[in-house]
Design a protein around this ligand. Sequence first.
Ligand SMILES: Nc1ncnc2c1ncn2[C@@H]1O[C@H](COP(=O)(O)OP(=O)(O)OP(=O)(O)O)[C@@H](O)[C@H]1O
Ligand SMILES: [Mg+2]
Length: 628
Amino acid sequence: MLLETSASVYSTLDHQRAASFHPLHYSEYIPDPHQPNTTLHPPEIYPPPDAVPVANSPSHHIKCFVAIDFGAAYSGVSYTASTSGEMHQVLTWPGSSASLPKIPTCLVYDSLGHIRAWGLEAKDLNLKKGWVRCEWFKLWLNPSLAPRTLLASRSLQVESNLTSPPQPNAVDVVADYLACLWMHTKSQVHRENGPSSLTVPSAWDLHASLLLREAAIKARLVVQHSETGDIYWQDRLHIIPETEASAIHSFLSPAFKFQGGQVLTICNAGGATVDLATYKVLGALGTPKLAEVAPRSGSYWGSLFLDLNFRKLVQARLAAHPVHLDEASLAHFVRTFSRSEKLAYKGPEDERKLFRFRCLHGEDWDDPAVGLYNGELVIPGDVLRREVFDPVVKEVLHSIATHVQASRIRLDVLLLVGGFSANDYLFQRISDQFGPSIGSIIRPADGDVASCRGGARFGIGSLVSSVIQPQNVFRRVSLPAEEEDQMMRPAYITNVAGTWFCEHRVEYIVRRGSIVTKGSRSELRLRKFCSSRYDRTFDIVLYTSAGDQTRRYFDEEGGEELCRCRIDLETYPSFVEQVEASPFGNFCVDFVLGFEMDSAELRCMLLYEGEKWGTVACHPRRYRAPPL
Ligand SMILES: Nc1ncnc2c1ncn2[C@@H]1O[C@H](COP(=O)(O)OP(=O)(O)OP(=O)(O)O)[C@@H](O)[C@H]1O
Ligand SMILES: [Mg+2]
């Protein structure tokens, strides 16, 4: 059953008030004064909405799990009650009276950096002088994965406006958007929200997930309850791969009957990315589970590239007619294509068809040589296929083929989800190429919201029991020097109290390709020398790499800082004991750091006698916009 709400029944328990149409009320946003890079502007909506106080109904006190599918092009929200497991979707959004499962990932800021509109309203708003429309900002959370040419592409910059002031960086823009989405969700979900999940592309690295977590916390998707000892409040937020969420949703869908031993690949073709993951169904009896059996992969060949190719095609065709090539005209052509011809294009059937695109300007209307007839640019279907669709489809097929090859396992089912997989031409090309080797290729009817709904199911308990680690995680250490070190890195050898050590060695915490049971932990035993009772924090820096080779020395190529973790030992029993025993300082404390790997995240915690003792603050490497 899907929950639909109307403006008359707004009610949120957290705030006792609801913003009627606009989701954010300026007084509800609390900027973090400790964050040096905090948003330069609170995400206010002008004019501020009229808050509508509503009665608090105890019957609404049901915990539910909320999942946000934060997409590059569109975002959606699903939620499910922990008691019944019933699935709901937020369908009512500012700017439309129709039921919509997803809304554009889009924001409009004014010249002072205030949010003027978000979602649907932002997409179509006429911009005043100094206002900017931001789109595609999700790509900037993982710029290392996005092709540089894409980020540097003039057309994307024009589309996204991300490089323009006043947006300081992508994390802040994402936080602003999530805050809008979240406030609106709270006005729609008549329940007390429990854990939340956010989905990310499969190929995103741990750093991008940490940045998204930072944005989500800035957006207050999870908050600390002040009255209780709520120290693990951030654990209520889960970042999970879109493919895992889609797999969970499809696996539970009554439309499919998967059997033990079957292998299914999820291909999520969306606005910006094409993500792939492969799972094996374990245990036909009892509670079946899914185990990841191949490294997740993905590429930036989503539907956006069709738009970018179309833009290039128009520019080439109308090169001799610059009046039709100003930004407004190009945006008009691309918008028309993206909202209609692109969606319905069928490939061979449409080869002989002529596609007509009306010019924005009423001059320079005819040039049959380039297909300009009476103010319309006419493009034959086969040209659209060759110039716009084929280059992207070829890359999508290549991504799937590479994944299938790397899986080294016979696939039974290929499930196509995500907006782009609704394209008939893409579906036909995938079926032609992979049909003979993969038993069945399926496009579920609700494939556009599969990751969102699966994300909400995740709150009840993930069906995925084990995952394959996509990255190495390590730290820099000094280890007793060995003969090899004397030969390879003599400059790193030092003598400490009579023992020879080699500095800049590497200690692995997680190895790429290892199969990890969800919820399992690895432990690191550490010792800190404390000069006084106030000397109680310990910092470690974690690094990641993607290579398969085991690195011995830190200076080998390919590593990148993931985050800095600060461990506070103030209440740790061994520290407290030592402070009592040696009040003037100069004592050592042994402690244990635990690492819990999930599919898209590494959680770091302090452990005491095998139990979780406290949280560890992890600060991701600061986001730096890549130089263009
Ligand atoms: N029939 C179609 N043909 C081509 N593209 C389509 C079709 N239907 C939807 N799309 C495109 O799919 C995208 C939306 O899909 P989806 O919501 O899965 O993307 P997203 O989640 O925002 O992106 P990502 O997963 O990459 O972050 C839009 O770019 C839309 O233009
Ligand atoms: Mg998506």
